[in-house]
Design a protein around this ligand. Sequence first.
Ligand SMILES: [Zn+2]
Length: 115
Amino acid sequence: MSERRRLREYLQGRAWTLKELAEAMELPLRVVEDHLRHLEKSLKREGLRLTIQPARCRRCGFVFTHGRLTRPGRCPRCRGDWIEPPRVSIEGGKGRQARRPGGGSTDSGGASSST
Ligand SMILES: [Zn+2]
């Protein structure tokens, strides 16, 4: 199975961060990003879409609308560095479609369990 095909299988399952993908595929981030760019084109031809959920500041909720895949270093609003990285997935695939949780902001700052 080619790398790009494998990448596609992953993305049809759930949303991933670039880093997660790189780790799962054992490839450098740059290579994964390149594959994604090509994948986006071939998906379009099939009526599918590569969706990028933008990065978001977990402290103030600022959304990084520049839509880059790489994780920004710091929030321009609150200067915090607790950034939720962007996630990619495939939308419009056959079978079930994943529902996105939307932009809920229910942070009570209590338990902080991160992996
Ligand atoms: Zn912020």
